[in-house]
Unconditional design. Structure first.
Length: 96
């Protein structure tokens, strides 16, 4: 996975101005949201552990936590505490 943004450059090596910088947290959030909405992650499916997601996305665990928290606020995933817990995809509802 490639993260472009602040370091984007034109062919002549000069920085691209006026481009919106997409932060790593937003990229993780967007990717996971798309996976939930298009069905690649099914309702009730458990997401990989934070450490595994951090490795897959090449970001820190705090970045993963921020993305997961945003998705939880949007009602797309939920956190279940305990030994058998983790982050789970919520069933789709029309208002989500």
């Amino acid at each position: 996975m490639s993260f472009e943004g602040a370091r984007a450059r034109r062919d002549d090596g000069k920085p691209v101005l006026g481009r919106r910088v997409v932060r790593p947290r937003e990229q993780v959030e967007d990717t996971l949201r798309a996976s939930v909405l298009n069905g690649r992650l099914a309702a009730g499916e458990r997401l990989p552990a934070e450490a595994e997601l951090a490795r897959q996305f090449s970001v820190s665990r705090p970045t993963i936590r921020q993305a997961l928290s945003a998705l939880e606020t949007q009602g797309l995933i939920r956190k279940v505490p305990g030994a058998r817990g983790g982050w789970f995809v919520r069933p789709p509802l029309p208002e989500r």
